[in-house]
Design a protein around this ligand. Structure first.
Ligand code: PXL
Length: 280
């Protein structure tokens, strides 16, 4: 172990035993279904070291979000600095942000720390498709965060707010991905299309559109499915996969997470997905 070569090999082995680090910048869901809780559960299931910079704290359950408490801007900046000056991250995702100044600060920090594998989930609407924030927030995503993204993961309603287009049919989704890509992300995953009994997500790499189809599962327990999907993409990117493979595998992972919890009744409403193998 004494000479420099064996020392190098030895440290190499130590590094290989370490988990890959991933960071979410997101809201806390007290009900544990969405937000940073969904991200961390997904990452634990995939064997990653998950970290969370909290943007807002929500009081919510399976029926409603009853209160939202934004954390002060300086505090979120301090969380980011703490994590990124020490641990760093092989991939990062953003979730519930909801404020222009916060979006600007996060964009500046992502650039400052030269992060790669950036997944931006532009959270703009609640699960009923209603806009949660002012139009300035949508514009701040366009101006500051989308250009930095490797992947953006809007749903159809968020795509409508971002592009100003109608995004209902699969054909309209095909037009929308091109407009979304023009905002600057390297890849676009537009979620939530319907074609008969199938769910259709569109993936666009700037050249070709790929459809990811899955049979629709008849359940109201889809709370956290969007977060699970983007967190899983983030994990697979951090593990070194290419974008299309990462999206394909994340799609399968999320389908399984919905299937596992489809018949559960954990709360009284729109229940969580299960991005892990539960012990009954
Ligand atoms: O899935 C969107 C989302 C993400 N994170 C938190 C949320 C929501 C939707 O309400 O509350 C904390």
């Amino acid at each position: 172990m004494g000479n420099p070569v064996s020392l190098f090999l030895y440290t190499g082995v130590l590094f290989m035993n370490e988990p890959v680090k991933v960071l979410t910048i997101a809201g806390s869901d007290s009900g544990g279904a969405a937000g940073l809780q969904a991200d961390l559960k997904t990452w634990a299931a995939l064997g990653m070291y998950g970290m969370s910079v909290v943007s807002v704290v929500t009081a919510q359950n399976s029926m409603a979000v009853t209160a939202v408490h934004p954390l002060p801007l300086d505090f979120v900046a301090a969380e980011l600095d703490a994590v990124l000056t020490d641990y760093g991250a092989a991939a990062v995702k953003t979730g519930f942000l909801g404020r222009v100044d916060l979006i600007q600060t996060i964009a500046a920090k992502l650039s400052l720390y030269q992060l790669c594998n950036i997944v931006i989930d532009p959270v703009l609407v609640n699960h009923k498709g209603q806009a949660m924030f002012s139009p300035e927030v949508t514009q701040a995503y366009i101006d500051h965060l989308l250009p930095l993204a490797d992947l953006i993961t809007p749903n159809r309603r968020e795509a409508e707010l971002l592009t100003g287009l109608s995004v209902q049919s699969v054909m309209e989704m095909e037009t929308a991905v091109i407009h979304l890509h023009a905002f600057g992300p390297k890849y676009v995953l537009l979620k939530g299309g319907r074609d008969g009994d199938e769910l259709v997500d569109l993936f666009y790499d700037g050249t070709a559109v790929t459809q990811f189809r899955s049979p629709r599962i008849d359940t109201i327990n889809t709370h956290g499915s969007g977060d699970t999907l983007s967190a899983a993409v983030c994990a697979f990117l951090a593990q070194g996969m290419g974008m299309e493979t990462a999206v394909y595998k994340a799609h399968q992972f999320t389908h399984q997470a919905i299937q596992r919890a489809a018949s559960w009744q954990l709360g009284h409403g729109h229940g969580p997905v299960a991005p892990y193998k539960p012990q009954h």
